[in-house]
Design a protein around this ligand. Structure first.
Ligand code: GDP
Ligand code: MN
Length: 399
């Protein structure tokens, strides 16, 4: 789960990371008011969206008076910010963060990530801040400092000092850099984060080390033990299809294709998507409905998949081990009776009670296309989708 910059800053500051003075606003008037309240002469107005690259996309504006703040905000509220990280649809701006501007001496990149190969938290830093890490590793790979933390001892001072020296932090600021690094590490560990990124971490003209930007991502599977973090979830920043699925306990990832997938088991769901592609189609989603594919769950899955207007055919692929094909078949029939769909539906059942399952589908009188193997199912769904598409186009042409 991602959170907003202002939320990450609030969290990190509790762990000893210094951040600029700032305030949140929900309207242009409030933004100007909050800037007056905090005082100073220059402010940075920052769109709060779950994505980086806001600066280049017009989501970060330097302002020197009330009306400049209001104007900057007018251009943000209610708009979609499209950055290289949001995808073409962009992300809606509903909050802005106003900060007292600071004079920057130098910018540093600082990231904490889970390194799966060493099974450690890895600190990634570069003296070339202000750029995205992908660009740094492309253009200045030698500037990147990597350091893994031994979990049994944690991030010790000497290791943090080593990183500070490698970044060329001047001696008088090393202690503050150590505090910053240790604070981020503690926040990462204690809150079950999977990523903490400060880009840029700056040395100010008056010699302070400040986190000018902050991004944190948390492990969804650990959110149950951090209610104060799960509260920060902002559905306006998520793919609507995925939020809806998460609320219903379904594991769903939205994609750009037209063939909706309803599958039990994550591995089988991946294999189904691959096979659809192999057969010449594009999956509209990944969906694992889990082990107990009850009629109710199958019905929810159909509604979820059909809520994506790109879906033009559906493939249900069930391998019943613990499950029973006859129950799943009942589920499919009931779901389709309650919520008839207008696109071709292909069902492939395999495993326990498969014959009974097939019978139920056949007897239902519903226009369900059946398949035995996964390859067959994928080929049928792709050809059904194509012929449906041709029919619709000729219908439209005839009108
Ligand atoms: P991002 O583009 O989404 O990563 O947003 P950032 O928070 O990193 O802001 C983009 C850029 O704006 C930063 O890299 C800074 O160079 C600049 N910036 C942000 N805050 C300040 C500030 O207080 N003073 C100055 N001079 N520049 C700032
Ligand atoms: Mn940034």
């Amino acid at each position: 789960m991602d959170i907003h910059e202002y939320q990450a800053k609030e969290i990190l500051s509790k762990f000893g990371v210094e951040v600029p003075v700032g305030a949140l606003a929900y309207s242009p008037e409030q933004a100007a008011y909050r800037a007056r309240e905090m005082g100073g002469e220059k402010w940075i107005v920052k769109a709060q969206v779950h994505a980086g690259g806001r600066g280049k996309a017009g989501g970060v504006k330097l302002c020197d008076c009330d009306s400049a703040i209001q104007q900057a905000c007018e251009g943000m509220f209610g708009q979609k910010l499209v950055t290289h990280q949001t995808g073409p649809a962009g992300k809606g701006i509903y909050r802005v963060y106003v900060e007292a501007a600071v004079a920057i001496d130098r910018e540093i990149y600082l990231g904490f990530v889970l390194d799966r190969s060493s099974q450690r938290v890895m600190i990634v830093a570069s003296a070339e801040g202000g750029m995205e890490i992908e660009d740094i590793s492309a253009s200045k790979p030698e500037s990147i400092v990597r350091s893994t933390v031994e979990p049994a001892v944690g991030l010790r001072e000497f290791q943090a000092r080593e990183i500070a020296f490698a970044l060329g932090i001047e001696p008088a600021l090393v202690q503050q850099m150590v505090r910053t690094l240790q604070g981020c590490y503690r926040a990462f560990l204690e809150l079950d984060a999977t990523m903490v990124e400060i880009n840029p971490l700056v040395v100010t003209a008056d010699k302070r080390i400040l986190a000018l930007d902050a991004k944190m991502t948390f492990d969804d599977n650990a959110l149950f033990r951090h209610p104060q973090i799960s509260e920060l979830r902002d559905k306006s920043q998520e793919d609507q299809r995925e939020s809806r699925a998460a609320d219903r306990g379904l594991s769903y990832v939205g994609l750009d294709g037209n063939i909706g997938c309803i599958v039990n088991g994550a591995g089988l769901a991946m294999a189904t998507m691959d096979t659809i592609k192999l057969a010449g189609g594009e999956p509209a989603n990944f969906l694992d409905i889990g082990g107990g594919a009850t009629p109710d769950r199958v019905a929810k899955a159909f509604r979820l998949v059909m809520s994506d207007s790109n879906v033009q055919a559906i493939l249900v692929n069930i391998f019943a081990g613990i499950n029973r094909c006859d129950w799943v078949a009942e589920g499919v029939v009931q779901a389709l009776r309650d919520n008839p769909v207008e696109v071709p539906v292909i069902v492939r059942l395999s495993g326990t009670n498969v014959k009974e399952g097939q019978k139920i589908l056949a007897k239902s009188g519903l226009p369900i296309i059946r398949a035995t193997t996964l390859m067959e199912a994928a080929e049928r769904v792709v050809s059904a989708w194509k012929s449906d598409l041709n029919q619709n186009t000729s219908l439209r042409a005839a009108k």
